[in-house]
Design a protein around this ligand. Structure first.
Ligand code: IPE
Ligand code: IPE
Ligand code: MG
Length: 254
């Protein structure tokens, strides 16, 4: 199974029982879902569920660093999330802005390179875009792990934007192949996810990384995002290591 060891030369820092350190996924993508339900079950406002998701996220980042995962990509706001009530949307914009300010130094100290994928359209507050650019700039030379936040991200929008860019360059139709599309996605350097995790017991993709997950292993868990911790990431990686990836071929040695 191709893993981080071959793909990026990353090294596990901690031996986690039941995980083969040489075969950890090089790229893990997560749909952080269930914040609203977590809050409602406690009689809290939905926004308090988003706030509680911060600890889940940064514990997961620590777990990914421990395993030596090279790329971690999380879904923070989708192109469809604008449909939510205005006060929830406003909260999420402010919350993400303050999160970047509060966490960027810690990420930098850990050698994490921060990136963002998604549309930077007029709906995303300028201040938030500025915080994103500051985090990118601060951490751009780090190599321990690339931590990407998908914000105002939609998989279909990403493919539309890639097609627009290709057409704008005047590329001849017969010159377009899968690599052409890949090179025009939001982050051409990002490898396809090996493992994609979705929390909260929903069994759907919700427009996340549509092009990139063609051959990802999917792991679904009932844990609501604010309760997610690195141990749940480790469980998902153990599940991943039990899978046999074939990429349309047949099992090696048969
Ligand atoms: C995920 O939690 C966070 C975002 C989509 C921003 P939700 O807010 O979707 O929580 P549920 O799914 O309603 O419980
Ligand atoms: C997906 O969750 C988007 C994020 C986690 C940011 P949603 O809660 O928006 O997805 P649906 O509506 O359940 O499909
Ligand atoms: Mg949801």
């Amino acid at each position: 199974m191709p893993g981080a060891a071959e793909a990026g030369g990353y090294r596990a820092r901690v031996d986690v029982p039941g995980i083969d350190a040489r075969a950890v996924p090089a790229h893990v993508a997560i749909v952080m879902d269930g914040n609203g339900r977590w809050a409602q079950r406690r009689g809290l406002k939905r926004t308090e569920g988003h706030a509680a998701g911060e600890e889940a996220l940064f514990d997961t980042v620590e777990g990914a660093l421990e395993l030596g995962i090279g790329w971690l990509t999380v879904y923070a706001f989708s192109t469809e999330n604008w449909k939510r009530p205005a006060d929830e949307v406003r909260y999420l914009m402010k919350f993400n802005e303050s999160l970047l300010v509060r966490r960027r130094d810690e990420m930098h100290e850990r050698g994490v390179r921060m990136r963002f994928v998604g549309r930077r359209d007029w709906r995303v507050p300028r201040r938030l875009i500025r915080r994103m650019d500051e985090a990118i700039e601060l951490t751009r030379h780090n190599r321990t792990m690339t931590f990407t936040i998908a914000f105002n991200y939609g998989g279909r929008a990403e493919i539309v934007d890639a097609v627009r860019a290709i057409v704008a360059e005047g590329v001849a139709p017969e010159k377009i192949d899968e690599r052409t599309i890949r090179r025009h996605l939001y982050d051409p350097e990002m490898p396809d996810p090996d493992l994609m995790i979705r929390t909260s017991g929903e069994y759907r993709i919700s427009n996340y990384l549509l092009w990139e997950i063609a051959y990802s292993e999917l792991v679904f868990t009932d844990v609501l995002w604010p309760d997610f911790r690195r141990k749940h990431l480790f469980d998902a990686v153990r599940e991943y290591q039990r899978r046999e990836r074939r990429f349309g071929g047949i099992e090696a040695g048969t």
